[in-house]
Structure formats: C-alpha cells, structure tokens
Design a protein around this ligand. Structure first.
Ligand SMILES: [Zn+2]
Length: 313
C-alpha cells in the first residue's frame, strides 16, 4: 500500500508548447494554477505549491522519449492517419480492454447512453460500439485547422496518447506537464468511455513517470479550453469561455489529474459532486457548477478511496 500525501505538496510544472496551436498566455497559466490550488484544497484537503512554470517547445520534450519505449508503444497505436488500421481488431481489443479493467459495466453504459446505443449489456458490445464511435468522431478533430492553416493533427506524433505514456520513461522532472497540444488518437489498449465519446480526445493523462516525486506525472491539455472552432464548441455543449473563464475551468479540471496522481482515485461515474467524475464531453462550465466537496469527501465511495486505482507501470 503506497502512502498518500498530506498537508503541503510541491509540484514541478512545465508548459509544453506546440507553436502551431493556440496557447494560453502566462497570465492565463497563473489563473489556471490558482484554480487547481483552490480546488485541491477544497476537495482533497491539500495545500499545493507550484514551481515556476518551465516553458518547453513540444519538439524538445518529445526528444526525451527513449527510443526503445517509443518502439514499444508504436505497436499499440491504431493508425487512423493513413487508414491502415484494422477496425475489427480494434472493436475486439476495446471489448477485451474494458473487461480486463473491470470498471462496473452498468455505470459505463449509463454514461455513454446519450451518445450511442449499446445493444447488449456486456463488455464486448460496449467495446464494439465505442470503437466505432471513436473512429467516426476523430475524423471531426482532423478537420480543424492549426494557426498555420494545416490540419491540427498532422504527421507529428504529438497527438498520440501512447507517446505521452512513453514520455514517462524519459528524464522529465515534472509532476504536472501542461500543454497546448491536442491529445486525440486511437489505440488498441486502455479504452475509456469518456475518451471514446470525445473521439479519442483526452484532456489529461496521469501515468508512470520515472522522474516524478510520486511515481506518476500528470499531463493536462489546455486545447479544449481555447479552441474556437465549431466542433470543439459542439463538444462543449455550446459553452463559450472568456479568456479568464477558460483558464479557471482548465485549472479546476486539472485537479482531476492531481487526484489520480496523488491519491490514485478512480472515476465515480455519474457522481456529479466529485471532481473525479469525468466531464461529459467538454461541458466544463456545467461540470464545475455541480461540484461539491461536501458531498464527495475522500473515501465516500469506492472510487474515491486512496489507492483505488492501479497504474500500469
Ligand atoms: Zn480521470
């Protein structure tokens, strides 16, 4: 049983910037971190301190990925860019992945119900339906243009979830890596209901890190909060954010990853009071309004018990 932090904790912070994509300003990052601090105090009883934010070009960050780990994770990436992926295999792998992870089936089916019909109440049917939905919806992300006019998802591997997992094996001395990069991809492993309904989009990842103080680090993307295109707005349920609100909501949302990192909490799906309940699509304003630390104290449900989650090291 790992020990979980109490009291005052320092996290080292970086902002990894892809110059092709919209970014948050230093003033917005300040608002973001303050919101994370406030939310962690309220929901987790923790006093977070942050190092000054190191700004790094994403290209330099990705050079830290050890080549061996890159080769390993590439085998698990579903290639939607060239169209060479096998959708049948993906459907089977999703079903198997959901079964192995063993989160309660009924809660997941309830969570995805507004987006897709699950024909039978079993992991295989859930996997097949979500694999198809994810492949269909990631095409919408591909239509968005970057600042240079090219597609936001290009041939670079920065959008690939698996590459960020591989990053944890490099020399990356941070507990929190903020980035303006869009994290949207498809992989044969670790399917997740909330990522599938967003077209393979992840707002954040908490995963093994060899250089982190706590054994894992959190990656948190600001992309969804600053994107102004039609598809992203639709994913936000029509919500539009000001400069300040975007940063504020991104900071509240980042606390979810901190909960994974410091307490290994899981997802109490459908429990709207909990910061560990994943947001529906990107409707962060509606999500944040429902949060209530009083109604979701640590340990109040199985997913909110410290040590509930197991990391894939
Ligand atoms: Zn999560």
């Amino acid at each position: 049983m790992p020990t979980f932090p109490q009291g005052s904790i320092e996290l080292r912070v970086a902002y990894a910037v892809n110059p092709r994509l919209p970014r948050m300003t230093p003033a917005q990052l300040q608002i973001l971190l303050q919101a994370t601090r406030d939310t962690a105090r309220e929901h987790f009883g923790l006093e977070l301190r942050f190092s000054p934010t190191d700004e790094i070009p994403i290209e330099a960050l990705f050079q830290k990925i050890p080549r061996k780990n890159e080769r390993d994770v590439r085998k698990q990436i579903y290639d939607f860019k060239s169209g060479r992926g096998d959708p049948g295999r993906l459907a089977r792998d999703f079903g198997q992945g959901f079964r192995q992870m063993g989160e309660p089936l009924a809660g997941m089916i309830e969570y995805v119900k507004p987006h897709v019909e699950i024909k039978e109440a079993n992991y295989e049917a859930l996997g097949a339906a979500l694999a198809e939905l994810q492949l269909q919806r990631i095409e919408s992300w591909r239509t968005i243009r970057a600042l240079d006019g090219g597609p936001i998802i290009d041939d670079s591997p920065y959008n690939e979830y698996m590459m960020w997992l591989a990053l944890g094996y490099g020399e990356v001395p941070y507990e929190l890596v903020l980035t303006n990069q869009i994290l949207a991809s498809v992989e044969h492993v670790y399917p997740s209901v909330h990522s599938a309904i967003r077209g393979g989009y992840s707002n954040g990842i908490t995963t093994y890190s060899k250089s982190s103080r706590f054994g894992t680090f959190s990656i948190w993307s600001t992309f969804a909060f600053t994107a102004e295109d039609k598809w992203a707005r639709q994913m936000r349920g029509g919500e539009n954010y000001t400069f300040e609100e975007a940063a504020q909501l991104a900071g509240i949302g980042a606390t979810h990853e901190i909960g994974h990192q410091l307490f290994h909490f899981m997802h109490p799906y459908g429990n709207d009071a909990c910061v560990m309940n994943p947001v529906s699509l990107f409707a962060y304003r509606a999500w944040a309004e429902e949060l209530s630390a009083e109604d979701c104290p640590i340990g109040s449900n199985p997913e909110m018990k410290p040590g509930a989650g197991k990391f894939h090291y």
